[in-house]
Design a protein around this ligand. Structure first.
Ligand SMILES: Cc1cc2nc3c(=O)[nH]c(=O)nc-3n(C[C@H](O)[C@H](O)[C@H](O)COP(=O)(O)OP(=O)(O)OC[C@H]3O[C@@H](n4cnc5c(N)ncnc54)[C@H](O)[C@@H]3O)c2cc1C
Length: 171
């Protein structure tokens, strides 16, 4: 039976970076992914990552049930983006080729969560990237590799502690 030192669950942007850093250090690491790799269902995969115009929370809408939300694109969605295109990229104000919806998880303060599981200190969690995590995949992967290997990291991750969301901690 194969054995591993570290198991990474979810081989998306952050998970693949963590697997890379761990493997580079010679650690026996297994990445577990629910879909075939590559796939188009993750935050940093598929058409949503092509050159695009998008606006965060563009209709100020709340999503109570991600499984049941309206994933169709409507003229009102395009109109908001058109305003932006005409102002900042007038040469690109041609026909729309395709429109897609996407979701990402937001924390209450929009900062990440990178921390040990409160009940399982050997399990580390990285999530809640709030729509701005992709540019940090490489360093988050390095941090996760540090935590998995040593339980600590040279990077200051105090901002990302999960305990900040404990009852009474948020203003
Ligand atoms: C439309 C959109 C636009 C964005 N734009 C930007 C931007 O401009 N700049 C920026 O910095 N960031 C942006 N982001 C955010 C960035 O893409 C994410 O923060 C980042 O990709 C998160 O990486 P991740 O590894 O946490 O998630 P993902 O890349 O989604 O990977 C998670 C992986 O875990 C797998 N998984 C989930 N559950 C399980 C399970 N139970 N078992 C096995 N595998 C599982 C999934 O299939 C997936 O492959 C955007 C996100 C979206 C959706």
């Amino acid at each position: 039976m194969d054995t591993y030192d570290v198991i990474v669950v979810g081989v998306g942007g952050m998970g693949s970076a963590a697997v890379y850093h761990l493997a580079w250090r010679g650690i026996r690491v297994l990445g577990i992914e629910q879909y075939d790799i590559p796939h188009d269902r993750g935050s940093s995969h598929g058409l949503s990552r092509s050159f695009k115009f998008a606006r965060w929370h563009h209709l100020e809408q709340a999503v109570d049930d991600p499984a049941g939300m309206d994933r169709d694109c409507h003229p009102a969605d395009e109109a908001i983006l058109r305003t932006f295109v005409r102002r900042y990229f007038p040469a690109g104000d041609g026909p729309t080729l395709s429109m897609h919806t996407c979701l990402f998880t937001n924390t209450p303060d929009t900062h990440f969560v990178i921390d040990a599981h409160p009940e399982c200190p050997a399990v580390f969690i990285a999530g809640g990237f709030s729509g701005h995590g992709f540019k940090f995949c490489s360093v988050v992967g390095e941090i996760l590799a540090d935590l998995a290997e040593c339980g600590s990291t040279r990077h200051d991750i105090s901002l990302f502690r999960a305990a900040r969301f404990a009852k009474g901690s948020l203003a």
